[in-house]
Design a protein around this ligand. Structure first.
Ligand SMILES: *Cc1c(COP(=O)(O)O)cnc(C)c1O
Length: 338
């Protein structure tokens, strides 16, 4: 069990994300107070402000993935995901910018093209997408393997980005959120006792837990698991603990306290209902913040129930992980009607 210093953590993350270069992704986001429950100690971290097309957690992950792909001379990346995946839409931008060909293997096609998948069509032609039906989705890995064997045989340097970019190369970028929270704390003079974060693949939440262990930071983490099960989250966590130990060159201290939650409503991934849309409207009108129906609104809703439900006191931070573009697919939904 070894502890590393915050400065050392910063240096390693900065190196991996090439933060000192002109083309680096901008990985600093601000915090501000929410006026919930008449309190002044509940804050939100605005990772949604990190970017427009590529926002929040995806920008952090790609910040370390892209420099490694460039260093390895990768020419083509197979990106796996749902048709409306934020990671796929983000990769379409970060890969193209860097002249790396993206080959999407996507679950679909969807019956209606709205929101992210419609935006994706600006970047890639439908004919370039390998659509995989739901009944074949379990074989996706085989299809991808066949494809990469073909391309590798042609001498093309190819890489596979798994769903949601849950990958070792995304670790340094994912750890940047911890580095940035420490900066927010120094600048505000506030030390957070509780941190709420959402999880899809869990890469960023798991990195936050592993990074907190590495610097022996004691904060209670509240993770809202939006895709998969608690068991899936735990399995991903073990992987990320291993990646973190390797990256930082230490064996990790015990993990900080953390609690897992399923969302308070619309539990299956990507599902929405009237409660979610009412919450999106409430957050917009009362907090002045845009949230998406898949991730952030479910995090906010779960936090709004958990804070009074568990009588959490002390300083609380919610991480707004971004993803607002997904809202474009829902604006005509009848559930938004009044
Ligand atoms: C992908 C995503 C997440 C989840 O990130 P993971 O690292 O996969 O858990 C959360 N919020 C938004 C907006 C996302 O796009």
């Amino acid at each position: 069990m070894t502890v590393i210093q915050e400065a050392e953590l910063y240096r390693k993350v900065a190196d991996a994300c090439r933060l000192e270069t002109a083309e680096a992704f901008h990985l600093q986001s601000r915090i501000h107070r929410l006026r919930w429950f008449g309190r002044s100690d509940i804050w939100v971290k605005r990772d949604d402000e990190l970017g427009f097309g590529v926002s929040g957690t995806k920008l952090r992950k790609h910040a370390s993935i892209i420099p490694s792909l460039k260093e390895k001379g990768i020419e083509e990346v197979v990106v796996i995901g749902g048709a409306n995946s934020n990671n796929v839409l983000s990769a379409a931008q970060t890969l193209r910018e860097n002249n790396i060909k993206m080959t999407p293997f996507l679950l679909g096609p969807p019956s209606q093209k709205l929101g992210n998948v419609k935006l994706l069509s600006l970047f890639v032609d439908d004919s370039e997408i390998h659509w995989i039906s739901r009944s074949q989705w379990a074989n996706c890995e085989n299809f991808v393997n066949t494809y990469i064997e073909e391309r590798s045989a042609q001498g093309i340097k190819i890489f596979v980005l798994p769903e949601g970019a849950h990958h070792r190369l995304a670790l340094p970028g994912s750890l940047s959120i911890l580095v940035d929270i420490l900066r927010n704390e120094r600048e505000s003079g506030v030390r957070f006792d509780h941190i709420f974060i959402d999880a899809g693949t869990g890469m960023v939440a798991q990195s936050l837990l592993a990074g907190a262990a590495a610097i022996e930071r004691k904060t209670v983490f509240h993770v809202v698991v939006l895709a998969g099960s608690f068991e899936d989250f735990q399995a991903g966590l073990s992987q990320v603990v291993e990646y973190t130990g390797d990256f930082l060159g230490v064996s990790l201290c015990p993990l900080p306290d953390y609690h897992l939650y399923y969302p308070a409503t619309a539990k299956s991934f990507g599902s929405t209902n009237k409660t979610i849309f009412n919450e999106i409207r409430r957050i917009a009108r009362e907090d002045g913040i845009l949230t998406d129906p898949v991730y952030s609104s479910k995090l906010f809703l779960t936090a709004r129930q958990t804070i009074p439900g568990q009588a959490l006191d002390g300083n609380i931070l919610l991480i707004h992980s971004g993803g607002g573009l997904a809202l474009t697919g829902f604006m005509d939904s009848h559930m938004f009607g009044v």
